[in-house]
Design a protein around this ligand. Structure first.
Ligand SMILES: Nc1ncnc2c1ncn2[C@@H]1O[C@H](COP(=O)(O)OP(=O)(O)OP(=O)(O)O)[C@@H](O)[C@H]1O
Length: 258
């Protein structure tokens, strides 16, 4: 029988995360814990605060309030106190992020895109970084594109390069912010297949997604956000087939009817 990951202590914990932009509360007191190897999909209507919450976890947005912890590294923010850059970097080092729009450097080859941060951030030698990059490009099925520039790659290929680049820094947790939203469905499927493999290999992942099939089939848990807050969380089949919150029902009937 599969071990119940949720019985284990949380490996990543976001507690009481709130993000305000002026008077607007984009994320409202969100608490989420993930066990090592757990895959959580965050779903919900447009503007619900899903991406903002993910960006808070990675400290791309410094939350107005909240505590974040990955393993032994934690950081609390609030009361207008600015966190130290060193503490931000320590937490961020454990998190790999994949964005909707790939964010590759257009003037660097695919190989350099994957190698650069390994040299700059981890201090790997160029040869070491290149060897690791090639292994990762192989893994995402793009070894033959190593010498190409991103502009010569399809969107799906660019996104797989972005995944390889994030993995190259050996993150403990991968964060995906709507990784297939900018892609046609068939190209998106290539990216989803790579993510599915990562999940099967035991990577801890938070995925903000509009891909209901991925959320249902690959996640251990689905979290539903509406108006900045978590309204429901549970096992995929339970949330998808028997949602308890009226806002989840409204959201699901709108997306599943499409
Ligand atoms: N930098 C910002 N400044 C001001 N408001 C922002 C900023 N970033 C996000 N918001 C607002 O916060 C709210 C949540 O946005 P967010 O992008 O997190 O939602 P989302 O659930 O990811 O939506 P979608 O599914 O459309 O991507 C929105 O009302 C958005 O306009």
């Amino acid at each position: 029988m599969e071990p119940d990951r949720r019985a284990q202590p949380a490996f990543l914990e976001a507690s009481g995360v709130t993000m305000r932009f002026g008077d607007h509360v984009a994320v409202r007191d969100v608490t989420l814990g993930l066990a090592r190897g757990e895959v959580v999909s965050i779903i919900g209507p447009s503007g619900a605060g899903k991406s903002t919450f993910l960006r808070c976890v990675n400290l791309l947005e410094i939350p107005t309030q909240g505590t974040l912890r990955v393993g032994e590294t934690s950081l609390s923010v609030g009361s207008g106190v600015k966190p130290k850059e060193r503490d931000i970097q320590a937490l961020r080092r454990q998190l790999g992020m994949v964005f909707q729009n790939f964010n590759l450097f257009p003037h660097l080859t695919v190989l350099r895109n994957v190698s650069l941060a390994q040299e700059r951030v981890l201090g790997r030698s160029p040869a070491e970084a290149e060897a690791r990059s090639m292994a990762l490009l192989e893994r995402v099925g793009l070894a033959d594109k190593a010498g190409a520039y991103p502009g010569r790659c399809s969107g799906g290929q660019q996104q797989r390069v972005a995944i390889a680049r994030a993995l190259a820094l050996d993150p403990a947790v991968m964060l995906f912010d709507e990784p297939t939203s900018a892609l046609d469905p068939e190209v998106g499927a290539e990216v989803l297949a790579v993510m599915k493999e990562l999940a099967a290999e035991g990577m801890t992942m938070i995925v903000v997604t509009h891909e209901m099939a991925f959320a249902r089939d690959v996640s251990d848990r689905i979290v539903v956000m509406v108006d900045g807050a978590v309204v429901e969380a549970g096992e995929p089949h339970q949330v998808m087939s028997n949602p308890s919150h009226p806002r989840t029902r409204t959201f699901l009937s709108a997306v599943l009817d499409r």
